[in-house]
Write a protein that binds this ligand. Structure first.
Ligand code: FAD
Length: 412
């Protein structure tokens, strides 16, 4: 051994607690970041565990760099709070600055495109400034359960397996990993193959309608452009077995990743000018596993009012439908101190198609983080939490509630 070397330490002893936190957040996607910020702003010590090396999840590492609208399509803002804060943050360090300021005047929707890596760095800067502890390159592998109470979480990383204690946990893994591993009933959906990648900005192939979609984003760095490859043309498809991707098993995710790579390669062989600059660092699966929660929000709930709503949302695809998201979509009947956030909350059908997106992931993250903090204060369970108080805290924190209150229908 020379002076530039050292003996490496021993693997952690997983029976010893390595650290204790009020709130542990699993996953540093948009939902997890929002949950962590919310819990921290309410005075809690927070550990955020992320298996990758940057924050943002699909929004940044998956190259999904379009922050969908915060409005109802008719000029009424229906999402506020941390989600609006992050929309602004997403373009803070963008090369071209921001293009979101004049949305109302121009009759556009309140949305923006952003540069993924710049947003990741801005998120990390914000979380560190707020005092959230981030543990990168660490995979959540299980909960320390006492009945329905999660007393801590196990992570695997370079140190081996470690245990971190928690009073409340937010599962923002995108796939409800904690709920799933604890035997809670979860639901998986069929997904189509897709891959969002960057390509160098040469002349490139035209979007001939066969399989590629060029999202020429105002926020892309000069010289590259974002291409989403959603539909796979028949030529590219020949070697792909036509079985749906649910994204809820190792084999499924592996097949999705390999098929998306090989279809891109086929496209490159067909269009020699197509030169990738960056591939997504996680599988671009839209809806994998979600919880079966205390309430399942569905299409029939469009324009309905729920007394326990913790956020609202419009439909990013068209003006019109507005949803209130009930608090009960964030937990199930089995886990007492665990909240779900982001694309794996309890919502089905078209409503899932809407609520899985970036603004909504942030909104449910804020609600879950705030609820986790309140849970500790009240010493209660997720089901018995004082929802009235939760709603008034969220309102004070800029969240827009009761977007359907004036409607006749009620979903309570
Ligand atoms: C192809 C495609 C197109 C889309 N288009 C848009 C669009 O244009 N606009 C839009 O707003 N939304 C879009 N979406 C949806 C949106 O990108 C995501 O649904 C949203 O970003 C989800 O955020 P999340 O935080 O819930 O989950 P994720 O982004 O999945 O974050 C989960 C995080 O948890 C981490 N993690 C997972 N498991 C573990 C573990 N066991 N241990 C530790 N860490 C873990 C992951 O690494 C990740 O960082 C699209 C999605 C896809 C796939």
């Amino acid at each position: 051994m020379n002076e530039n070397e050292r003996y490496t330490g021993k693997p952690e002893d997983p029976s010893r607690t390595k650290g204790s936190f009020d709130v542990i957040v699993i996953g540093g996607g948009i939902a997890g970041c929002s949950a962590a910020i919310a819990a921290r702003r309410h005075g809690r010590s927070v550990l955020l565990i992320e298996k990758l090396t940057v924050l943002g999840g699909l929004a940044t590492t998956g190259h999904i760099t379009i922050y969908l609208p915060l409005d109802d399509g008719y000029g009424r803002q229906v999402i506020g709070g941390i989600s609006e804060e992050l929309l602004k943050l997403s373009t803070k360090y963008a090369y071209h600055g921001t293009d979101i300021r004049t949305w109302k005047e121009e009759g556009r929707r309140y949305e923006c495109k952003f540069n993924g890596p710049a947003f990741s760095l801005a998120l990390e800067e914000l979380l560190v400034t707020e005092g959230v502890e981030i543990l990168y390159d660490s995979l959540f592998v299980g909960g320390l359960m006492h009945g329905g109470i999660c007393k801590g979480v196990f992570v695997e990383n370079k140190s081996g397996r470690s245990l971190y204690a928690a009073k409340a946990v937010v599962d923002a893994s995108g796939d409800a990993d904690l709920f799933f591993r604890n035997g809670s009933r979860c639901i998986a959906a069929k997904n189509s193959l897709s891959i969002w990648f960057y390509a160098t900005d040469s002349e490139g192939p035209a979007d001939d309608g066969s399989c590629i979609n060029q999202n020429r984003g105002g926020r892309d760095a000069p010289g590259i452009r974002l291409i989403s490859m959603g539909r796979i043309d028949t030529k590219a498809r020949k070697h792909i077995v036509n079985v749906p991707y649910y994204g809820d098993s190792a084999e499924d995710v592996d097949r999705f990743i390999k098929d998306s790579h090989s279809s891109l390669l086929s496209e490159m062989k067909r269009n020699p000018t197509l030169e990738p600059a960056s591939l997504p660092g996680m599988a671009d699966i839209r809806m994998a596993r979600r919880i079966e929660g205390a309430y399942e929000l569905s299409d029939r709930d469009a324009n309905m009012h729920f007394d326990d709503n913790i956020a609202g949302t419009g439909d990013w695809r068209r003006p019109g439908p507005v949803y209130e998201i009930p608090y009960r979509t964030l937990f199930n009947d089995h886990l007492e101190n665990v909240l779900c956030a982001g694309r794996c909350i309890s919502v089905s059908g078209e409503a899932w198609e809407i609520i899985r997106c970036i603004p909504q992931a942030s909104a449910t993250g804020q609600a879950a983080g705030t609820a986790a903090s309140q849970l500790i204060e009240e010493g209660t369970t997720v089901r018995n939490l004082d929802v009235r108080k939760l709603r008034s805290t969220l309102k004070a924190d800029g969240v827009i509630l009761d977007v359907n209150k004036e409607n006749r229908w009620t979903g309570n």
